[in-house]
Write a protein that binds this ligand. Sequence first.
Ligand SMILES: [Zn+2]
Length: 403
Amino acid sequence: MRKFVQIIMVLLVMMPPTGGWLAQTTSAMPTAVAASLVPDHDSGPTLTPEELLEYKPNEIGVVPVFMYHNIAEDPPDLTQENEHLYRTADELYADLQWLYDRNFYLIGMEDFVNGTIDIPAGKHPAILTFDDSSSMHLSFQVDDNGVPLKDENGEYMPTPDCAVGIIEAFAKDHPDFGKTAHFAVIPLFKFSWPEYAQDDLIGAKLQWLLDHGYEIGNHTSDHADLAEATVDDFARSIAEPVIWAATMVDPNSDGFAMNILTLPFGAYPEGGWDDEKLDYLKNGYTWEGTEIKIDAALLVCCGASPSRWNGEWAPLWIPRIRGDDPDIASFGDYIDNGWITLYTSDGDPDTIAIPWPLPSEQVGEVDFDGIKEAGLKIVRYDPDSGRIYPPREKHRLRGYTTK
Ligand SMILES: [Zn+2]
């Protein structure tokens, strides 16, 4: 944990802490594929040495989790202090283009947290998160009388300038980018705040998101500061959204990610959670007869996140990058100057590919035990020749050269 805090300090340049108040591409594996056509991942590395040289996978590299709040044009209450909470529709579209041009590919929080990233070789995973479930994230088109419109398939249609509308439009133009986002939901806001014109559509909106590959996550009942809350309020604030969402959509659906908590204000107590709250977060608890289990918590600052397979990974402290100009530019600088190594996929969710020797900042950071426990296979390759090293005993894996 101390090392992780150091990383946070180093990356703090990305953004000062803020008091912001303000999917899921599960691998659609064709089930009808004949068994003989399914590659046998246990038989060896998926990529050839030539492909390893071309794609240069590194699956313990960092993953950016971008944080967005309001999508609006000329908001009346815009100030210098809150402008990082606003993005226009054009700016959000441009952010997606920025990511696309840099070879990123959208994934959901669930795949990130579960270590089931399944994207093409050579792509870098990126995650979009939207906090507070406002009408700016998902509004449905309505007629002149305010009655929701449906398309030829009988489905509601997102407005083109809400976050979902923008992501859908971008995905249509760029089908090789992935299409998902994580929406941190506050039951009170119902994807209807601040106008509260579409309160009645909350159930339809949650279902629409799940049906179209997005995630719904947990942003507490009412956005209370969990660091300040009593233990009882803490437990209630986290449990209520889980129970509430499950009354409207099937909690077993892909994209039902109420086990992923976005901390209001990013707040947690200085020095970490106290014993009882930490116990609830780590081990789960029962609230009014419902089992509550939190698998990850998202912060509001501090740069790109360590990979699930990096020793720095701490699921209850997942850092995010603000979706605004200075912070995205800063993230770009970190990449361009080689100060961070991005996660680059090998295209095979069953193998974790890493160059060997590792880049200096990754030495000693491979979570070999975690990879093994997850039933995944580690593939080490020489980044200069593409040569694949034979499996080794753990005690010999030091991260230095083995040539
Ligand atoms: Zn919030």
